[in-house]
Design a protein around this ligand. Structure first.
Ligand code: 1DF
Ligand code: MN
Length: 348
């Protein structure tokens, strides 16, 4: 809170998950029927099956968009959450069910925002199974429900956003002027095995491998040449990509020149240029000063902003570390508040 003795900024957390009970019930059904992919069975089999304390707490908090969540926010110094449906959202269901569930989820989130406008903003959920319907639902969510972006959970049953079939959703986001948050997902069946067998398929590393690859696919397919004003938000300090910039640029250039792959054709800019033009980076789960400072340095301080990753990584003291980032006060205010306000259009 901005109080006489508190910081001169509101702390806005931008990758904060929720799941209405109906979604969790459908996940339970899918688990029971052996549905979904292996990553879903691994991730949600754990969260909905384990009796350990952390997963039970996480599931309880996912479903809460009121008293408990707000108490956690107050306890952790979070003024405002940008909430989004947890991964994999509706992406594992059949087309009709996914489309209906996305609408329901958006209605639930919109009600939470109406109940607590000072505390919550929502991103829309859409069903990529039907991209035209998804674009229409995004339009409804933004123009009628006041949502300020859309969350997509990386791969869509093993397919990626460079596939033109999905472009109506990106076209709608660009036209509406709202960002696309590309949130991680567990790797698809075609990719998961060596990660899964070692316990690495989830947030520990597999998420980042899969999502970073997805961003590289998007860039090298020329998606940002087609949608130059599209704003993509990625979490976990860019899923490692900023650290890889020189090597990715070098080999992207070399591979294009040599014509090595049919799929990797010349695009207008270097991969790193797209990272600095079309991508914003949140700190979800990475409240670590050296890494935050590095990413600010290489992509620009104006595109690095705060996220917690509630309730998955709800760390008691992380804002204390980030409050002490060695940056001028105006840049700290940008990190916590004003960049998110601009990016998501949070001005009242
Ligand atoms: C986990 C992490 C799960 C993240 C998530 O959604 C998630 C986890 C199911 O810790 O298992 O969104 N995360 O973004 O890091
Ligand atoms: Mn997350």
């Amino acid at each position: 809170m901005t109080t006489p003795n508190g910081p001169a900024y509101r702390r806005i957390a931008t990758e904060e998950a929720f799941a209405p009970p109906e979604i969790l019930d459908r996940y339970r059904d899918l688990l029971r029927d052996g549905g979904g992919d292996r990553g879903f069975q691994s991730l949600w089999g754990f969260y909905l099956g384990s009796t350990a304390e952390r997963p039970r707490w996480v599931v309880d908090r996912l479903a809460d968009l009121g008293v408990k969540r707000i108490a956690d926010m107050d306890a952790h110094g979070i003024d405002h959450q940008v909430i989004s449906l947890t991964c994999p959202g509706t992406q594992l269901f059949g087309t009709a069910e996914a489309t209906a569930l996305a609408r329901h989820v958006n209605d639930v989130a919109a009600q939470a925002v109406r109940d607590h406008p000072e505390r919550f903003t929502a991103l829309a959920a859409v069903a990529l199974q039907d991209p035209t319907a998804a674009a229409a639902e995004l339009d409804r969510a933004v123009t009628q429900l006041g949502m300020r972006g859309v969350i997509l959970n990386s791969h869509m049953q093993g397919r990626y956003l460079d596939d033109r079939e999905f472009w109506p959703v990106l076209e709608a986001a660009e036209a509406l002027g709202v960002p696309v948050y590309l949130h991680p997902n567990t790797p698809p069946d075609s990719m998961i095995e060596p990660l899964y067998e070692a316990g690495l398929d989830g947030a520990i590393y597999g998420f980042a491998v899969e999502t970073a690859m997805h961003v590289l696919r998007i860039m090298s397919a020329g998606l940002f040449d087609h949608f130059p004003r599209l704003r993509l938000v990625i979490g976990h300090l860019g899923e490692g990509l900023p650290f890889w910039i020189p090597r990715i640029d070098f080999f992207h250039h070399a591979q294009v020149l040599s014509g090595r792959y049919p799929a990797m054709k010349a695009v207008e800019l270097r991969p790193s240029d797209y990272l600095r033009r079309n991508v914003w980076f949140t700190t979800s789960g990475m409240a670590w000063t050296p890494a935050v400072m590095f990413v600010r340095d290489v992509v620009g301080a104006d595109r690095v902003l705060y996220a917690m990753d509630y309730p998955y990584q709800c760390v008691a003291d992380e804002v204390r570390e980030l409050d002490a980032l060695p940056v001028p006060p105006s840049e700290l205010a940008a990190f916590y508040e004003t960049t998110a306000v601009e990016l998501f259009g949070l001005h009242h």
